[in-house]
Design a protein around this ligand. Structure first.
Ligand SMILES: Nc1ncnc2c1ncn2[C@@H]1O[C@H](COP(=O)(O)OP(=O)(O)OP(=O)(O)O)[C@@H](O)[C@H]1O
Ligand SMILES: [Mg+2]
Length: 319
């Protein structure tokens, strides 16, 4: 099966330059140096990282948000462009810092981080190309808990117009900060599917467990609530019920960007005409691919090999 071109798909929200090193077991004392196997710089964040994965899975993608006019901004433009993401609509803010994270990846793939939010905090409705949103087959909102300016009735009206014309709107979150996550509930009536991780889902809803959180998210309007559970897979809830999908057994290098990849695989699955649970399996496979490499863009190459992983694990009775 060769990857068709779906799209256009629009990603809106958070763009981050990730600096990753692995394996890191500890921060050395004083000025000591520790040799590591690998250091990488990637285009990441809930909009940019998902955009890269979407392109790899065959979609035509343009992305909207804000970066600084610093060297990290140059880097994001160059790398996103090289991956094939249309960055012509990405705003550059003179004098601002481009968002960045430093991620010392533990030997088991764990990923503590140091983060500067930078220009992401100022993203606003004026940074979004309304015509592109209305033309899109899918719009992915990445990190609406930190792009406060998009919490705007004009943006919600645009999403509603696009959805009325058939655009599928998905939303992921970025932070683990309860106040920001609760504020992002304002987006829920305007999206078709919401894809938080467990910590975010619990903070948004005040629920005690994933299933209750999913029920509360659905009550706010979305048709699908997909809560990712790291190595424990995900919980997929719709009006038809709740399905738990295990993570796929892969050799894990680094789980950074697994949530972004899950979103990308899910969106492509939906655009291929699959139901929500099947699309979530595509998301699970895309996420497993990303877990095998260092960085949110590593390990995933194309749709064929992503679906092949799904088939292999299903054949082994482990998917
Ligand atoms: N160790 C792992 N092995 C295989 N798959 C994994 C592993 N960790 C995560 N995944 C897959 O990735 C999906 C998303 O992971 P997770 O819940 O960590 O997302 P996240 O916290 O949003 O990540 P990020 O925001 O960095 O992209 C999970 O539902 C699972 O399918
Ligand atoms: Mg995430």
């Amino acid at each position: 099966m060769s990857p068709p071109t779906h799209g256009p798909v629009v990603t809106i929200g958070v763009h981050i330059a990730d600096i990753l090193a692995r394996p890191i077991e500890y921060i050395p004392e004083g000025q000591d140096t520790v040799l590591v196997e690998q250091i990488r710089l990637t285009a990441a964040g809930s909009a940019a990282g998902t955009a890269v994965d979407l392109v790899k899975l065959g979609a035509q993608v343009s992305t909207y948000g804000a970066i600084g006019d610093d060297e990290l901004g140059d880097f994001l433009l160059a790398v996103l462009g090289r991956h094939g993401v249309d960055v012509s609509g990405l705003a550059r803010r003179p004098g601002e810092q481009t968002a960045a994270s430093i991620l010392p990846i533990r030997p088991d793939g764990g990923r503590p981080s140091f983060h500067v939010p930078g220009a992401n905090l100022g993203v606003a409705f004026a940074d979004v190309d309304a015509a592109a949103v209305e033309r899109a087959r899918a719009v992915h909102l990445g990190g609406m808990d930190v792009t406060f300016g998009l919490n705007d009735p004009d943006f919600f009206a645009l999403l509603d117009r696009a959805r009325a014309a058939g655009t599928v709107v998905t939303m992921d979150l970025l932070s683990n900060m309860p106040d920001l996550l609760v504020a992002a509930k304002a987006f829920l009536p305007h999206v078709d599917h919401v894809l938080p991780n467990l910590e975010q889902a619990l903070a948004m809803t005040g629920a005690q467990d994933a299933e209750e959180a999913a029920r509360r998210l659905l009550a706010e309007g979305p048709a699908g609530a997909l809560i990712t559970l790291g190595g424990d897979g995900s919980l997929v809830a719709t009006a038809d019920g709740v399905t738990r999908l295990p993570a796929l057994p892969v050799p894990v290098a680094d789980t950074t960007g697994c949530g972004d990849a899950y979103c990308a695989g899910f969106i492509v699955g939906i655009l291929h005409g699959n139901d929500v649970v099947t699309a979530a399996r595509w998301g699970t496979a895309a996420a497993a691919k990303v877990a095998t490499g260092l960085g949110s863009d590593a390990g995933i190459t194309d749709l064929d090999s992503t679906l092949a992983l799904l088939e292999e694990t299903a054949a082994q009775g482990r998917g």
